[in-house]
Design a protein around this ligand. Sequence first.
Ligand SMILES: Cc1cc2nc3c(=O)[nH]c(=O)nc-3n(C[C@H](O)[C@H](O)[C@H](O)COP(=O)(O)OP(=O)(O)OC[C@H]3O[C@@H](n4cnc5c(N)ncnc54)[C@H](O)[C@@H]3O)c2cc1C
Length: 466
Amino acid sequence: MAYDVIVIGTGPGGYVCAIRAAQLGLKTAVVEKSATFGGTCLNVGCIPSKAMLHASELYEEAGGRFAQMGIKVGRPAMDLPALHKYRLSNVESNVKGVAFLLKKNKIDAVQGTGRIVSPGKVEVKGPDGKTQVLETKNIVVATGSDVARLNGIDIDEKRIVSSTGALELPTVPNKLLIVGAGIIGLELGSVWRRLGAEVMIVEFLDHILPGIDSEIANQFHRMLQKQGLTFKLSSKVTAVDASGNTLKVKVEPAAGGAAETLETNIVLVAIGRVPYTDGLGLEGVGVKKDNRGRVVVDAHFRTNVTGIYAIGDVIAGPMLAHKGEEEGVAAAEIIAGQAGHVNYDVIPNVVYTNPEIASVGKTEEELKAAGIAYTVGKFPFSANARARANLATEGFVKILADAKTDRVLGVHILGPDAETMIAEAAIAMEFGASSEDIARTCHAHPTLSEAVKEAALAVAKRAINM
Ligand SMILES: Cc1cc2nc3c(=O)[nH]c(=O)nc-3n(C[C@H](O)[C@H](O)[C@H](O)COP(=O)(O)OP(=O)(O)OC[C@H]3O[C@@H](n4cnc5c(N)ncnc54)[C@H](O)[C@@H]3O)c2cc1C
């Protein structure tokens, strides 16, 4: 029997694409090589990292701000095996949830590694080594990404780890050295620092969080230093000697110069991720990739080979679960003859540290580079009543609006619960709102989101509580 759509990979891009295709009446199958569905995000990415961040944040709160609010709990203790159990049970419930949804939508789930033998034919090699060939009108490649590696540094997932190993450390290391001050490095660095490790982050660039509005990134850098993380910027790790009891890490200035050797117990390589297409057979059928190994697609997620589409981390754009989900929905709708579309100008980005960073739209640097005149409205959480009640006053909201039309071009939040508040900004931008639209929208009091309204008022220099 031939399918209408076979999706290879069941990460957030793939499983969402399959569900949308099934909703639209297409006969759909997914092929997944791992034992569980959900891809990087559910198994070793978004979900387990947020479980670790949530638990470690509460642990720190219990030992810190609780006392300021009159709550006496004594000195909290961390039961690391129980924390890992909690993380794993979270993963399990999520991946089982995907299995349930696939079944509910009558999607055939085929376990095994998929290889495209020709347009319309996917060979699947099952865990038992047996192969079968599935026929389909359309193939969606949603094979995601893998950890980027450093030349000459072998990740053993024990002492030299990727994010996957860093989620599973069986004991709190005395010293953790992280290569890369991007989102994953800062999130996992925060987790282990809260649990008691001495954390140093080595970053090639002269600033942390590349791509984030630099005013936000610079303030956040100072906050992280206050929390106890140490940084070595404009530096590169060139070798790790794992022969002794401790790891000896060779660090050089990024621009070249004398190297120094740092000792640590664990090295986390968090320099990014690369698209994953190993064994997929793309070369055989002539699917084009770019110079970074990403599958090249047009605005309709079509590769250069008719009937083969690609979405998620394996194509260009930010490597984010929700970006892949949007693409999955759009690709399914396009295959079904509808007008699926993704608005890449409104993809929120969140750093789940404490405080959080959440942003959507353009940064100041991007607007300057594009020569777009803009106005800025800012409001600090220290002037927000709810933030003061919550003893969480660090950070600010910043709104960038077009100088001529007042249309909101970017919103950047450094502060408590930024992850939730950014949705308001995304909806406003999706509807082409002006800063005045946000400013004239009634926000409940006392809420953190009033800081968004005040920042919008500040664009026209008329904030009330500042
Ligand atoms: C530590 C960490 C934390 C993260 N936190 C966040 C976060 O908070 N928010 C966020 O938005 N993003 C986060 N991400 C990124 C997010 O996980 C990815 O952007 C997302 O998973 C990409 O989805 P995808 O569907 O494109 O691919 P993936 O999730 O990578 O899924 C690809 C799937 O394809 C399967 N596959 C590959 N090749 C084959 C084959 N030949 N045959 C069959 N199956 C195959 C793989 O087994 C996998 O299941 C995080 C990532 C990491 C590592």
